[in-house]
Design a protein. Sequence first.
Length: 255
Amino acid sequence: MFQQFMDKHVLVAGQGPTKEIAKQLGFTKVTTIETFRQCFPMLDMVDHKRRKTAPCAFEKYFPRIEAVIMFGEPVRWETNLQIIIDVLITNGLPVEAPAEIPYPHIPVLACNMDLMWMSEACMPRFAHGSFLHCLESLYKKIAGHELKYTALVGKPSQITYHHSENVLQHQAQTMGIPAMSKMYCIGDNPDVDIYGSNLYNRYLKKHKEKLRKKAKVVHQVQKQVSTTPITYMQDGSISENTEIDDEDEMEIMLE
């Protein structure tokens, strides 16, 4: 999914060693929010103690950001919100105010959409989904457009459960266990963990039904071909009286 972005200059947000994580995933040109803030010191102005009085002399030579990747909720929301929006409305290089806000914006990829999570507190706490809601709302208010995600991964995204199933199936094979017929999902957030597992279960049922229908269509076609009389025309061509349902034909083509 991320292959097309591996060689692009990406801005990464989140907590912890975000640059190291991005490098481990295969991204080759990575800039963190903190590094970007230091290169563009005039952008982060909310905290008076962190304000800089002069711009960096190398701002205009800074390589343009080509994609934004958000691994999780950041610590300084105001800094991350400001810089990410600045990057989106300037097509990756906020050295001057744009005459017109570009749209669509550069690619945005985000992980972990949990709105809230349960900790030791008596009530749920904000999670990355809350940060994303703030970002979406601010971007729409400022740019006048919807924020579009190139990819959303992590629970409840289907790709997360698909990857989990592949890992479990591979582990089962290495242990000499036959292919699994059931997979149990355990989570602490019904709105994300359990919701995502239910979505994936629905996908598996639809996929199984689609395979069953395809097998039935193939069997019908084979049966018709084996019993259909062939007529040789005067011009040497062959006429077969075989008909396939439009719906069945489309399904075969899609597969």
